[in-house]
Every structure is written in structure tokens, then in C-alpha cells.
Design a protein around this ligand. Sequence first.
Ligand SMILES: *Cc1c(COP(=O)(O)O)cnc(C)c1O
Ligand SMILES: [Zn+2]
Length: 385
Amino acid sequence: MSTLTHLECPECGRTYDADQPQTYCPHCESPLLARYDLAAAARTLTPEAVAGRSRGLWRWHEILPMRAAAFRFTLGEGDTPLLPAPRLAAELGLSHLWVKDESQNPTGTFKARGLVMAVSRAMELGLREFVIPTAGNAGGALAAYAARARAKAHVFMPADAPEVNKVEVQAAGAELVLVNGLISDAGRLAAEQAKNHGWWRVSTFKEPYRLEGKKTMGLEIAEAFDWELPDVIIYPTGGGTGLVGMWKAFDELEALGWIGPKRPRLVSVQSDGCAPVVRAFQKGAKRARTWKKAHTIAAGLRVPSVFADRLILRALRETRGTAVAVPDEAILAAQQRLAAAEGIWAAPEGAATLAALEQLVQGGWVQPHERVVLFNTGSGLKYVR
Ligand SMILES: *Cc1c(COP(=O)(O)O)cnc(C)c1O
Ligand SMILES: [Zn+2]
């Protein structure tokens, strides 16, 4: 059973009823965070108990928002492998390197984790028609889970998004609206239509539960490392749900008493053609300004305005992490290198983490003995033209 108690604004501390549909804090324009009764959760949630449950993200149900098992939809998401990358490690002069391979999720990316949670919880709260602006992969995942839940979905996507994303959305029976512009333009159109038709918006951080799905990546990493977290986690950042989700997961695990206060240094990677988080981090700013003329082959990183900028920047600073911009040429080279060295054909976003690691090793920010995890967030197959 879920021990969800309420939703909380991390900026002003206001609380919101979690059993009503909620969006974000209107006073602060901030995402809301789901809060749990962790003492109650600890009565049934133990490392032994989660290890013994059947695979997938629902085995963490005490600290997930779903109350009724009947609405826990699934296509087999979660529990992706943590693959050792010994050849790549040796090439880079490192001793301990892994790739958390999210490409093995349904629809080929980690977006499945967030959308299974947002759709399941919205269905539980009585919502039946969804809308999403997307760079591509979130739309594919929403379409799949909406089909699974027998709900309707409307997907607003830039016209130049990867072809596979358009095919998968239509195959699952969702409405596909192609937009001339970026995800931010798709976002404006989607918001307008949502208002007109009463559709439920599952845009990044505009509802509280995609984050809870992404949080399970942090839970799985902690479990895989036997509750001794790695030193560095490198993560490709668009809207930032994955990064903030892992940060939240580690705090909850510490409150449960399963890990100590030590955190991995979290690293945000963006393309130098769209790097609002990197720019804000380097300036020491609290907010990330909108990036003009955003362009990159890594579609999931082409997010010029970042709604959760305050949380992302906090997560990077509190963990003594950093933010790195890499050029598209380095991303493409890293994609080839990862496939040739380890057999992992990564999405450009995932490959960007290797390009960033190359920079961080060269600059001495990552030391040879440190335990490093790269996140491959999606399959390279989704980008083949
Ligand atoms: C959406 C996406 C990202 C960015 O993820 P956020 O959690 O929104 O920062 C990275 N990689 C892939 C493949 C994506 O689809
Ligand atoms: Zn607030």
C-alpha cells in the first residue's frame, strides 16, 4: 500500500491534497513533491522485502503514489540492468564504470518510468484524457500507456522530431499534432488545447507523479550498489525529472535509514546547442534563463526553458556535482565509442554522458579510483533515419 500523505511545494512549503488532481504551486510556479509517511512505509518496506518481490518499479509501492493495485498498469518498465563497462573504463584510465541501461524499458527509453506513474495515478483520480508536449520520447511513452489504460492521448511534437516517435504515437492510437517549432512551442499549444477541452496535462513537472516514476532509478542504483552509493552519476538533462527524481530517492532512502548522508556527485550533461542548466550552474545562478535558438541532435536535450530549474540546480550544488556542455560532434563520436567498446547502442542523450565523462576525466574532476555510473536514457534505434 502507498503511504502517500500530501504534496508539498519545495519553495514555500505550502501543502496540497494528494487525493485531488494537482498541477504545480501557483504561488511559486514550482513543481510539487509527493511526501510519504516513511515510518509507516518502513513497516513493510525493507531491503529484503523489495529484493523478494517480482521485478519492476511497482515493487517499491509503499513509496509510490498509487493506492489501488487495480490501477497499477505495466508494460514491464523498470529494473533495467546496470552493465559494467570494463573496456571503456580501461580506455579512460578508470577502475569502476557502469552504464545503467534505460534503453531496455518499454518504448525504448526511461520516459516509460515517468509516464506509467503519471497515467496510472491520473486514472486512479478519475482522469481519462491526456495531453503532452514532447521532444519525442515522452509522447511515445504516453501513447503506449494510454493505450494500455484504455484512455485517450493527444501528443504535441516538433515536426522535426525523430520519425520513430511519430510512428509509435500513431500506432498506439493517440492523436499526433506536429508543431513548427520547439518543445516550448508545443507546450504553449498543448496548454491552450488542454484548457479548451479539459484534457489532463502530463507535461514535465506540471503534475507531480512523473517524478515519482523516475525516482525509481535512484532506488535501483542504491540497491544495486548494496546501499553504498557510487561516487559520481552522470545524467543527460532536458527537463530534469531523472536528476531530481534520483536526488529525491536518495533523501527518502536516508530517511528510511537505508543509506547514510553521503551522496553521489550528480552531473548534468547538456548539448552546447542548448545548455540553459549548464550556463546557470556556471554563473552560480538560482534560475536558468531560456536558451535562444536551441539546436542539438539529442532531441531529448532540446529543452530551452526548464520549469524545475531551481530543483535541478539545488540537486547539483547540494551533492557537489557539476554541469557540462558537450558539442554534438562529441556526442556522435561517443555513441560510436560506446557501441564499439561495450555493445551498447545508446541514444545521443545517453552517449552525451560518455562525452562528458571524457571531459571530466581529462580535467581531473573524476579520479581514476572513483565509481562512476553513466545513464543511457534511451536506445539509439529510436533515432535511426
Ligand atoms: C527526455 C529525455 C532525456 C531528458 O530527460 P529529463 O529527465 O527530462 O531531463 C534524456 N534522454 C532521453 C533519451 C530522453 O528521451
Ligand atoms: Zn509554493
